[in-house]
Every structure is written in structure tokens, then in C-alpha cells.
Design a protein around this ligand. Structure first.
Ligand SMILES: Nc1ncnc2c1ncn2[C@@H]1O[C@H](COP(=O)(O)OP(=O)(O)OP(=O)(O)O)[C@@H](O)[C@H]1O
Length: 217
């Protein structure tokens, strides 16, 4: 799905070769500042490599329109914006931004169930806790129903039990719907348990690459 060839980003990343496979859960792990978020930002075309190229389904990312790309590839950032308004408005904002039809309350409530957020749609999003806001933002992304989700620490503000429930829901969802997840997590346990492929980044380089528990390099 994504192939990196001699990709560099300033002096932050140096990735001679990297592949992210379709319909898999690929997880990046590594120390703070190692370059994980920068990789996700490149996959979403928020930034471009300063050298080398990234191929997405056979086409150089430089040739793909950014807005069109982001309809296929949605990103949940580490600190997503929750604006002053209802949970309903905050869930629908991604669809509104993409000029798509807004979701019906039935579908919004289903999404809230999926992200384990037991709140009415009219409730103010501002009064939610940090972990609840994180789940709301995840719900907003799921509503977009994209082929690829880029998730930057999607469960960092959650307690262990909720984290496990959310990641389990996500993995079941992507397997059932044949979607692709590229995720960053601080939790090696979560990475080991739920990923098809784990890529460890250290100081902008790919340190280890493990598929189904086999170290390839
Ligand atoms: N546009 C930029 N120009 C220059 N340096 C940058 C740019 N963006 C990020 N960096 C630097 O690149 C390094 C990697 O940042 P990145 O956010 O990718 O790390 P990370 O592995 O996601 O860290 P964390 O786990 O703390 O979120 C950091 O030192 C950061 O300051």
C-alpha cells in the first residue's frame, strides 16, 4: 500500500526502505522524538519527504491531490481539536469538512457505543475528560469510514482497561471492514498483541521490523 524509497525528512528521518501493507495493522514504536509522528504526517501528505519518494498503491504521493488523498487516508493526531459545541457537532465535523452528508443520530449513537462513550449527543464536548475527548475524536475518524486510518497514540489518555477495549474494537472493525491501520503507540504490550507488523524507529531510522513475530532485519 505504502512503499518508501530512500525517504528523508530534513535531519529527522532517514528511511531507505519501508513498506506498509494493505489490510494490516502496522504499529510504530520508539522513543519520544524518534520520528514516528513525522512518518504519519508524511503518509497523510501533511508534509512531504525532503528526499526520496513514497508510493501509494502504485502512484507517487506527489502526484496525488492532498484533499482527495485525505478522503482515503484519515489521521487522528496526538492532540485532536475538540471545539465548543455538542458531541453531535464534534462527531459530524469531519463529514462536514469533506462536504459529505451528515450522519443520522442512530449512526452517531452506534459510533459512541463503539468508542465506549456513554453520553448523550446533545452534551457539551468541552466538559468531557481528556480520555473521553480522545474517544470522541476517534469516533469522528471512524465516521469518515476511510480505507486507511493513521492513529497517533489513539489510547494515550485512557486507563489500561479502556485502552484494551478500544484497541480491540478498532482491530475487529478494521479486520471486518478490510481496512488498514497505521498506528503509533507507547505501549509495547498493545503493539505486540494487536499488530500484524511492528516497526521500531530510533533516531529517525528503522531499527527493527517484525512481522508475525519474525524479525526480518
Ligand atoms: N517540521 C519539522 N522540522 C524540523 N524538525 C522537526 C519537524 N517536525 C518534527 N521535527 C523534529 O523531529 C523529531 C521527531 O518528531 P516526531 O514528532 O516525529 O517524534 P515522535 O517519535 O512522534 O515523538 P513523540 O513520541 O514524543 O510524539 C523531533 O525532534 C522534532 O522536534
Amino acid at each position: 500500500m505504502f512503499e518508501f524509497y530512500d525517504v528523508k525528512y530534513k535531519d529527522v528521518l532517514d528511511l531507505p526502505k519501508l513498506e506498509i501493507k494493505q489490510e494490516e495493522i502496522t504499529t510504530f514504536i520508539g522513543a519520544s522524538g524518534s520520528g514516528k509522528t513525522t512518518i504519519l504526517r508524511m503518509l497523510n501528505k501533511l508534509i512531504s519527504p525532503t528526499q526520496g519518494r513514497i508510493i501509494f498503491n502504485g502512484t507517487d504521493l506527489r502526484q496525488i491531490n492532498s484533499v482527495a488523498h485525505r478522503r482515503t487516508v484519515s489521521m487522528l493526531s496526538q492532540s485532536p481539536a475538540i471545539f465548543d459545541g455538542s458531541i453531535r457537532d464534534n462527531l459530524n465535523v469531519g463529514l462536514r469538512f469533506q462536504e459529505r452528508e451528515l450522519a443520522r443520530d442512530k449512526d452517531l449513537n452506534h459510533i459512541l457505543e463503539q468508542v465506549k462513550l456513554n453520553k448523550p449527543l446533545e452534551a457539551s464536548a468541552n466538559t468531557l475528560s481528556g480520555g473521553e475527548k480522545q474517544r470522541l475524536a476517534l469516533g469522528r475518524i471512524l465516521l469518515l469510514n476511510s480505507k486507511v486510518y493513521l492513529l497517533d497514540e489513539p489510547s494515550s489518555a485512557l486507563d489500561d482497561e479502556t485502552e484494551e477495549m478500544i484497541i480491540q474494537m478498532l482491530t475487529e472493525h478494521v479486520k471486518r471492514e478490510k481496512k488498514t491501520i497505521v498506528m503509533v503507540t507507547h505501549s509495547k504490550a498493545i503493539a505486540e498483541k494487536y499488530s500484524d507488523t511492528i516497526i521500531e524507529i530510533s533516531k529517525g531510522r528503522c531499527l527493527t521490523w517484525r512481522c508475525n513475530d519474525e524479525r526480518n532485519n
